[in-house]
Design a protein around this ligand. Sequence first.
Ligand SMILES: *[C@@H]1O[C@H](CO)[C@@H](O)[C@H](O)[C@H]1NC(C)=O
Ligand SMILES: *[C@@H]1O[C@H](CO)[C@@H](O)[C@H](O)[C@H]1NC(C)=O
Ligand SMILES: *[C@@H]1O[C@H](CO)[C@@H](O)[C@H](O)[C@H]1NC(C)=O
Ligand SMILES: *[C@@H]1O[C@H](CO)[C@@H](O)[C@H](O)[C@H]1NC(C)=O
Ligand SMILES: *[C@@H]1O[C@H](CO)[C@@H](O)[C@H](O)[C@H]1NC(C)=O
Ligand SMILES: *[C@@H]1O[C@H](CO)[C@@H](O)[C@H](O)[C@H]1NC(C)=O
Ligand SMILES: *[C@@H]1O[C@H](CO)[C@@H](O)[C@H](O)[C@H]1NC(C)=O
Length: 807
Amino acid sequence: MPLLHHVLLGFIFLLSLHTPVSSAATDTVSPAYALAGNNKLVSNNKKFALGFFKPGNESSNTNHNTYLGIWFNKVTKLTPLWTANGENPVVDPASPELTISGDGNLAIFDHATKSIIWSTRANITANDTIAVLLNNGNLVLRSSSNSSNIFWQSFDYPTDTLFAGAKIGWDKVTGLNRRLVSRKNSIDQAPGIYSLELGLNGDGHLLWNSTITYWSSGDWNGRYFGLAPEMIGAVMPNFTFVHNDQEAYFTYTLYDDTAIVHTGLDVFGRGLVGIWLEGKQDWLMNYRQPVVHCDVHAICGPFTICDDNKDPFCDCMKGFSVRSQEDWELDDRTGGCIRNTPLSCDSSKDRTGLTDKFYPVQSIGLPHNAEIVRAATSGDECSQVCLSNCSCTAYSYGKGGCSIWHDDLYNVKQLSDTSDGNEGVLYIRLAAKELQSSERKRSAKIIRVAIGASIGALFLMILLLIVWVRKRKWFAPTQEQPECGIGIVAFRYIDLQRATKNFSEKLGGGSFGSVFKGYLSDSTIAVKRLDGARQGEKQFRAEVNSIGIIQHINLVKLIGFCCEGDNRLLVYEYMQNRSLDVCLFEANNIVLDWTIRYQIAMGVAKGLAYLHNSCRDCIIHCDIKPENILLDASYVPKIADFGMAKILGREFSRAMTTMRGTIGYMAPEWISGTVVTSKVDVYSYGMVLFEIISGRRNSSHEYFRDGDYSFFFPMQVARKLLYGDIGSIVDANLKGDVNLMEVERACKIACWCIQDNEFDRPTMGEVVQSLEGLLELDMPPLPRLLNAITGGSHPVTPQYFDSKSAC
Ligand SMILES: *[C@@H]1O[C@H](CO)[C@@H](O)[C@H](O)[C@H]1NC(C)=O
Ligand SMILES: *[C@@H]1O[C@H](CO)[C@@H](O)[C@H](O)[C@H]1NC(C)=O
Ligand SMILES: *[C@@H]1O[C@H](CO)[C@@H](O)[C@H](O)[C@H]1NC(C)=O
Ligand SMILES: *[C@@H]1O[C@H](CO)[C@@H](O)[C@H](O)[C@H]1NC(C)=O
Ligand SMILES: *[C@@H]1O[C@H](CO)[C@@H](O)[C@H](O)[C@H]1NC(C)=O
Ligand SMILES: *[C@@H]1O[C@H](CO)[C@@H](O)[C@H](O)[C@H]1NC(C)=O
Ligand SMILES: *[C@@H]1O[C@H](CO)[C@@H](O)[C@H](O)[C@H]1NC(C)=O
């Protein structure tokens, strides 16, 4: 994103403004200079600092541990990047000192106990060693007379962060394996249970307790690891994998050395890449793997349910309580939960004589380590099998038969979509007493709730009836049209070759392949040759047919396809007026008048609303941009390339992330790799709407005069909406011939569409209604991310913060 690049360049400016520093800021520890107290080493370029730090909340005073570490000098939120003595913290009230010890090693000396707490423990062959914090954040112990005589370096002993220029992986000569290890919790810097390692084959793994792999990167393909295409996303550093006889390692460089980028492993076992936003004074996490917490092995510990839609995402199962509240609050949940009441099976002295019972938990992602009991052929039998063995703690009976689990239960996930049937119901074994008490409580509650519930149920039934009647109205036509899907023609490759004159007239290079003009006897067609489709023929045909059913005046019509050998082609109707980008941005085209622009905005909104709501599965387009909005002879807009996610499968997300060019249209949650909803299309639509109004690309360089981001078009619009004079920002080529009410409406809608939080954005249905003037809009708040990226240097007027969702 050029925008972000500008911001990052801004750091240079900031850094060159340093004030004359006191003599204390050196980058070297020598026999003559030891480091103690609040003094720190600062690298020559002022980017990194090394010193003693105390993580956690100063005022709550629970933590007495001091560590030696390296952090970003400029970052105000303490973010340790490397820690020397994670396992051996200095405990208050000791006064640690970092010195060159008698044997030439770098060591932490504790004056209180007169002992060495930590040392580099290298074989020193010089009598003049010094320790220097280099510009890349590497702390090296070297000879002071010969800077290439290095005895030890912190880059060889990383903790949870991979510095730019450092390596993770193997030195095959010395056998050194550099790996990242998570920290124990949010303040304890001791090694945790998660690690990131490079296998000898050169694929990255995230591991639990060095044994269980819960995420793999896939193979390196020259540019990124196969299963992590996000690595070459817009704001990511330049990653490289090197494999030769001596070494196998993974490293990265920054496109801009002044950028503050944090790459590593968080306390929850997830890989991350974050960027420090100076304007926002906070980290922007733009990559995390696994995407959701619950995919990390044993993240919540035993007897918990993980639900990423909740905060905190870990919760104890019924009948269990948190083992260690303190660890839990420090983000170390690996201890999990323990039983409130022992199972009767476990204690021989059970006086009640009751057998254990099972408590069902619905919609559960079941743990993988089940024992399958083939002998049990019903739910009852399955529960009996479990009861008969004291170590059995849960069972599930479903399509896969009877599954039982022994001992600690890990990785139980709450699924959001309620699946019906028995599949995904986990029966947890509890002491009978545990269930009795809750039943008694429940029956008291039931009476109280019953009256309220029956009234509620009545309303619900009426509501359901209404929805049902409506749904029938919506769905009836599509379901009863027998011609749907039959209209799709299967072309022979040779016919398409002839129609396109052997693919000679190229219309454009789309996102997933090239498009060629072709002529059939009675019509003109556009033939798209897909590059990435590796699906089997059967699946391709099925997906094409399901896409072919989707027809709407504002969607490009799929006429047919071809599927022969490796060739995958799609045949569309031909659009005379090309695409919106050509009409808006290319100089020698006729200027689209305002009425047509408004019609285009409306049509695209309707097409998207149809994709999102009206066809059987919600289809998210994921790639709305002017290039994908085609215009027919009378400038009716038609959305192209929808349904590609289905046709291309996994290849689709790969293609998406390789397209740096379209980043300006991508919603923040899409970049950060979280689950996308139809609101990503709303965001992209908003960005396109700005361009329809201005007639220029949002990323146009005219908007970044002299590094002043206040000219970024969406920012201009936000200001003009507030202070009036909205007419002045419309495309000058229109010469003021516009409907000002429509312009204002469009500007407000566009601002609402690009809100950071997807829940603040309208649905496409609401956009259509607003464009039609049926829905009145409030003044939109300024998107926070936008404000942060543009430096936040221009004070945002207080009015914005009065609006409902700003900050
Ligand atoms: C520190 O803890 C106190 C009380 O526990 C809390 O009020 C305060 O906001 C915390 N400060 C920080 C910086 O977290
Ligand atoms: C240091 O030297 C000793 C004796 O030569 C050797 O056994 C040891 O492995 C060396 N240690 C390192 C870290 O190279
Ligand atoms: C360090 O070693 C060199 C030779 O290896 C010697 O000439 C020098 O005197 C020594 N310096 C000190 C301070 O011991
Ligand atoms: C400096 O140290 C390196 C590495 O130990 C060595 O190869 C080189 O000869 C040394 N240079 C001098 C001038 O001593
Ligand atoms: C991790 O592995 C070690 C040895 O492989 C084992 O002793 C230890 O119990 C394991 N930790 C947990 C929490 O299972
Ligand atoms: C990315 O890194 C590789 C290896 O360090 C280097 O060859 C390449 O030029 C870099 N690419 C860019 C765009 O900086
Ligand atoms: C209970 O199940 C465990 C694990 O399958 C097994 O090792 C053990 O022998 C079983 N105990 C009984 C009494 O069947």
